[in-house]
Design a protein around this ligand. Structure first.
Ligand SMILES: CC(C)(COP(=O)(O)OP(=O)(O)OC[C@H]1O[C@@H](n2cnc3c(N)ncnc32)[C@H](O)[C@@H]1OP(=O)(O)O)[C@@H](O)C(=O)NCCC(=O)NCCS
Length: 186
């Protein structure tokens, strides 16, 4: 697998808290599982669209392999003593030859509403553009006010999904506004 990961680099939140952002690595399996177990049941349900207490081994395995340009999991980490602890994760998946990319993310409960979700979704967009993605989308529980709020604030539209009444789809066209209007005019 190509090493197209993100080198660890600092990110600063609006409240001046500093975190480290980097691509997931194979040694993150235990930390990611601990992170998922540590989410509130509501946050877990919102992130994984159903009830679970931890990641199934196959799903965990799939996630820690996502370190390429088209399939990536980004982790935000905080330093606790000499250890780094995961406080958020953000995923981008782009199928081969597709101009659509799927995103999903979560922030651990005590770090929510401090601007981290906004930073992560922006990073996913930058990475998606780099691999030629035009549209980003994600499935979100209809009841997930926080994610719908983050999505709207970040320029996504929120659409009803007729295939599943529990869900809405968030979608963003990543093309610059002038390119969009040129396409519409042509
Ligand atoms: C959705 C989630 C990722 C947002 O992350 P966050 O770090 O809290 O988001 P931010 O602090 O950047 O907030 C950005 C905007 O989101 C909205 N928002 C965030 N938390 C909210 C809440 N509890 N209620 C309503 N709106 C909220 C607001 O519009 C906010 O803008 P504001 O700060 O100007 O009010 C986070 O709540 C989370 O991890 N939830 C559980 C998992 C989940 O729902 N994942 C989405 C599956 S795709």
């Amino acid at each position: 697998m190509s090493n197209a990961g993100v080198e660890p680099h600092p990110i600063v939140l609006p409240g001046n808290e500093c975190l480290i952002l980097r691509t997931i690595q194979s040694q993150d399996a235990e930390g990611l599982q601990a992170y998922v177990r540590g989410l509130s049941s509501e946050s877990r349900r919102n992130r994984f669209l159903g009830t679970l207490s931890e990641l199934a081994p196959t799903r965990l395995d799939d996630l820690i392999r996502m370190c390429g340009p088209r399939h990536v999991v980004l982790l935000a980490l905080t330093q606790i003593g000499s250890k780094l602890q995961t406080v958020a994760e953000a995923m981008l998946m782009v199928a081969p030859d597709s101009e659509r990319g799927e995103i999903a993310l979560s922030v651990t409960d005590i770090w929510q509403h401090r601007g981290l979700g906004t930073v992560l979704i922006t990073h996913l967009e930058v990475r998606a553009k780099r691999v030629g993605v035009r549209y980003l989308f994600g499935d979100v529980l209809r009841t997930n006010t926080a994610m719908k709020g983050l999505a709207r604030k970040s320029g996504y539209s929120v659409r009803t999904l007729f295939t599943d009444a529990r869900l809405v789809e968030i979608v963003k066209d990543l093309a610059p506004a002038n390119a969009r209007s040129a396409r519409q005019a042509g």
